[in-house]
Design a protein around this ligand. Structure first.
Ligand SMILES: [Zn+2]
Length: 164
């Protein structure tokens, strides 16, 4: 018997502004700049949600959690990830793995990678080993290099549940 497996891809961008909190992967990162957004601006969680929704052909994060709704104003993006993982489960799939990359000039993300992976795994209800977060700069080039914004990319694999 072969199980249906599906891949998904997600990407998100946010502007960075002084005096805002920086939330990445469900973790508050000490920084003089944070993401401008309707929600808490967790660009990494948003990219992961889009990857998961894409894998299940369930549209995108803006469709399920519109930024025109007061319900999602300043919302903790972990709530969005938890709900997204629920949508995936409701469709009869489970998450095999998530791989992601953050692209920003500063601050350095390496010290927070493990706690991000732990937070993302716990929130999505999957093992720690199933989540990967990587970080890179753009060598001071472009809007990320100038510290004007941050980009996150994610891919995931989901698999049909055996009992279906
Ligand atoms: Zn976003």
């Amino acid at each position: 018997m072969s199980l249906r497996q599906r891949i998904g891809q997600g990407i998100d961008f946010h502007r960075l502004e002084s005096g805002r909190e920086l939330w990445l992967g469900g973790v508050k990162i000490p920084s003089d700049k944070g993401c401008v957004a309707h929600s808490d601006g967790d660009v990494l969680i948003h990219a992961i949600c889009d990857a998961l929704l894409g894998a299940a052909a369930l549209r995108d994060i803006g469709f399920h959690f519109p930024d025109t709704s007061d319900e999602y104003k300043n919302i903790d993006s972990k709530i969005l990830l938890r709900r997204t993982a629920g949508l995936i489960r409701d469709k009869g799939f489970h998450i095999i793995n998530i791989d992601s990359t953050l692209c920003l000039e500063k601050p350095k993300i390496a010290p927070f990678i493990q706690v991000m992976c732990h937070t993302l795994a716990t929130t999505a209800g999957i093992p720690y080993e199933s989540v990967s977060v990587k970080a890179t700069t753009t060598e001071k080039m472009g809007f990320t290099g100038r510290g004007e914004g941050v980009v996150a990319m994610a891919v995931c694999l989901i698999s049909e549940n055996i009992e279906r």
